[in-house]
Design a protein around this ligand. Structure first.
Ligand SMILES: NC(=O)c1ccc[n+]([C@@H]2O[C@H](COP(=O)([O-])OP(=O)(O)OC[C@H]3O[C@@H](n4cnc5c(N)ncnc54)[C@H](O)[C@@H]3O)[C@@H](O)[C@H]2O)c1
Length: 410
């Protein structure tokens, strides 16, 4: 028997996921929900949705979709809503998938409090939580996790990652904020944020650190212990940064595996730092990954011999793990309805991560197991951002990163 799931939030990003979740072979019933009627009807009226969508499963509020007997709910709503909505969904008996981050609020102590509450809810309800972090399934992350599992890096020495998203890049942050803060739900943001503004709370590029930290951490399987960070403050009175303490922030994390991880969260920067705007490089004593290249020195033991590096370019096709044939086939048409039978499946969406996120969540729900990027991983990412911001406020003081503990093993 398959699973049933509901999608809440069919705005810009949720719309990208609707066909993927609907077409996964494990899903045999889908429900749709958005507070704005036309966003739901855009999918609910499509002929290709009718085989899995009963019109009784069309909703316009989270409260109503939580009354159903669905197995799971996928929440892709505005970022200040995620954590309480996920908790409501889990308390109503549903497994939950959340768009990143866990929550965005201009007060890190509240963010960390919500992380703790999400973990507590997972433990209390026995329901699963997955954070839909795209970098976790980028091709380089999948490849490096396999290399790490095979021991090919040796000991980890150093890693660096970044999310370089300039305010005026192609995906303009000015427009994104404006769009998320309009409409039936979005326009409630002004009232929500007002008390924070009165208290003088400021936001930070480190309130959204999941893209930059998740790759290196998941590859190394390491935990952050301490951090020292420095911030750049906007200097030209750009109104976008009026409520930002820093527009760019760079942090050095000291990890429990002895490696140092440098993370850059940039919102006011010309061009990219790495190969892409969300990328990382990881270096070990024996092997390293950087900018689409794998290098290794073949040094297993110190034998006094010369061990020059050999490097090779790794293609995306080699980096991706294959998806089951029937899943790849279903996703091929979901991503490109005009695809022909002879066409190959091409993963797409944030480095091809979208189909992998959907597959992982559907499998975890069907197999009743903890998904990748669980509540503890998610809380760890947010704690890293909070500690870096605090360190930057204190001129780089070395500070501990809050430890939310480890997810229970299966
Ligand atoms: N790479 C990534 O992982 C990535 C990229 C883009 C966006 N995102 C995340 O996706 C999320 C959504 O972004 P977006 O641009 O699509 O936002 P959006 O404003 O376009 O869409 C959010 C939708 O949620 C709906 N909604 C909110 N609360 C609701 C409720 N209680 N009941 C019914 N509907 C409700 C709103 O009506 C709106 O249509 C954000 O949190 C963002 O952080 C992640």
């Amino acid at each position: 028997m398959g699973i049933s799931l509901g999608l809440v939030g069919l705005g810009s990003f949720g719309s990208v996921f609707a066909r993927l979740f609907k077409s996964h072979p494990l899903v045999d019933r889908i429900a749709l929900c958005d507070a704005e009627v036309e966003k739901v009807r855009k999918f609910a009226d499509l002929p290709e949705f009718q085989d899995k969508l009963n019109q009784k499963d069309v909703f316009f509020s989270l409260d109503d979709i939580c009354q159903t007997d669905l197995d799971a709910i996928v929440i892709i709503t505005q970022p200040w809503l995620h954590a309480p909505q996920c908790i409501q969904a889990m308390e109503s008996g549903k497994h939950v998938y959340s768009a990143v981050p866990v929550i965005t609020l201009p007060d890190f102590s509240e963010v960390l409090d919500w992380c703790g509450r999400v973990i507590d809810c997972v433990q209390r309800t026995g329901k699963q939580y997955m954070l839909g972090e795209t970098t976790y399934y980028r091709p380089q992350t999948q490849f490096c996790r396999r290399q790490a599992a095979a021991g090919a890096f040796g000991d980890f020495v150093y890693a660096e990652g970044e999310y370089a998203h300039d305010v005026d890049s192609n995906c303009s942050l000015r427009q994104v904020n404006q769009m998320r803060q309009t409409g039936k739900i979005g326009e409630q943001y002004a009232a929500l944020v007002e008390p924070y503004r009165r208290r003088g709370c400021k936001t930070s590029p480190m309130s959204y650190p999941t893209h930059s930290v998740s790759g290196p951490l998941s590859v190394m399987g390491a935990k952050p212990l301490r951090v020292s960070a420095g911030g750049y403050r906007n200097r030209n009175q750009d109104p976008f940064f009026r409520h930002y303490e820093f527009s760019n922030l760079v942090a050095n994390y000291y990890l429990d595996n002895g490696a140092v991880l440098r993370i850059a969260e940039m919102r006011e920067i010309s061009d990219n730092i790495g190969l892409k705007d969300e990328d990382f490089r990881i270096f070990g004593t024996r092997g390293s990954y950087s900018c689409g290249n794998w290098c290794e020195n073949g040094r297993l033991v110190p034998d006094g011999a010369k061990h020059p590096n050999t490097c090779r370019a790794v293609t995306n096709a080699e980096m991706y793990e294959p998806l089951p044939k029937e899943v790849a086939s279903a996703f091929k048409y979901a991503l490109n309805p005009a695809a022909k039978p002879e066409d190959d499946f091409q993963p797409s969406g944030h480095g091809g991560s979208h189909p992998y996120l959907v597959h992982e969540f559907c499998c975890a729900v069907a197999e009743q197991r903890m998904p990748a990027i669980n509540a503890w991983d998610a809380a760890c990412y947010m704690a890293m951002g909070a500690a870096a911001h605090e360190s930057a406020l204190r001129d780089g003081e070395l500070l501990p990163v809050q430890d939310f503990g480890d997810a229970p093993s299966a």
